[in-house]
Design a protein. Structure first.
Length: 330
């Protein structure tokens, strides 16, 4: 106690000189650096991996002699255990800064740094110009709805294959296998982007591939018998559903297009004057031209007053796109 009081007296009375100088605290490997400006800082001197290092413990007298000595003892113990106290302090400082920055990012509605959401959103932004607006919206929606609730805030370097499977398992349990495969592919693509951009060095989604059952697709046989074709046309004529679906059914056999293409028909692709429908085909990056016979033009003119102000020719009554009743039609 007397030693401490004596040292405190020495440190408190130390005056600045023309050059900086250090007052040693005995055998504890700490000293008080007295700068020419009058500021006094605690320094801890140590060797690690053959190199001489110094570590600051704060400004005197805000950091007391007792506190500085306790920090020195802790640092000496770290060195004895093969730990660099300077690196430990640096990492702690970086962690504190990252926590503060992430708090600001969350307040601004931004993802946590180096999280899965951070990498996934960067990946989505990087491919936006390579995909159609509709496809990009679907990819973004799947990531937001199905992946981010499980993986979003996790540091991407800490995500394991079991975490990826946890995001996919609800879809697998519900036999929504197509969606599960699509989501898995998108998660893996986000990890590929993350690897290239130094977020991480491993894709934990790859081992999960075989955990998703293969989707069994049951194809419906094409109707080629004239009698069956005739019955189909009669069924279409007798359909008593909504007006929009009735007209969509009647248009389909006139154009010989897939049901999905009829469902996605956009008014912006229809030219009634030229009697053409020009749907965009993303796979070929080309507008496919479908001539419109007189009967087809009549159908489109009939529905235009009802749906012409919207995006889809055959919008869904649920407001989520085109008519779902057509999904069962071939």
């Amino acid at each position: 106690m007397t030693e401490k009081l004596n040292k405190d007296t020495v440190y408190s009375k130390a005056k600045p000189k023309e050059k900086d100088y250090t007052i040693s605290d005995g055998g504890r490997f700490i000293g008080l650096l007295v700068k020419s400006s009058g500021v006094k800082r605690w320094l801890f001197a140590y060797r690690f991996n053959g190199k001489q290092n110094r570590l600051g413990f704060g400004v005197y007298p805000d950091t007391t002699l007792g506190t500085a000595r306790r920090k020195a003892e802790d640092a000496r113990a770290q060195v004895a255990n093969g730990i660099d106290p300077g690196e430990t302090k640096k990492q702690a400082k970086q962690s504190t800064q990252a926590d503060a920055e992430n708090a600001n990012r969350k307040a601004a509605g931004l993802p946590i740094l180096n999280s899965f959401e951070h990498a996934a959103r960067d990946w989505l932004a990087s491919i936006e110009h390579l995909t159609t607006a509709t496809t990009h919206i679907k990819k973004t929606s799947r990531i937001e709805r199905l992946a981010l609730p499980v993986l979003g805030n996790m540091p991407i370097k800490e995500i394991k294959s079991s975490n990826v499977l946890a995001a996919l398992k609800p879809l697998i349990d519900k036999s929504q296998l197509e969606t599960a495969h699509r989501l898995h592919s998108e998660i893996s693509a986000a990890f590929a982007y993350a690897i290239v951009h130094n977020f991480t060095d491993y894709d934990p989604a790859q081992p999960v591939t075989k955990q998703i059952p293969a989707q069994k697709v049951k194809h419906r046989a094409a109707i080629i018998d004239p009698k069956q074709v005739a019955q189909l046309l009669r069924d279409i004529g007798n359909y008593q559903g909504t007006f929009v679906v009735q007209l969509a059914f009647r248009l389909s056999p006139l154009l010989f297009q897939r049901p999905g293409e009829i469902r996605q028909m956009l008014w912006s692709d229809v030219d009634l004057v030229a009697r053409e429908w020009r749907p965009y085909v993303s796979k070929t990056d080309f507008h496919h031209i479908v001539p419109l016979p007189t009967q087809a033009v009549a159908i489109l003119e009939a529905i235009q007053p009802l749906t012409g102000s919207g995006q889809y020719v055959f919008p869904s009554s649920r407001g989520d796109g085109c008519q779902t009743a057509l999904k069962t039609f071939h």
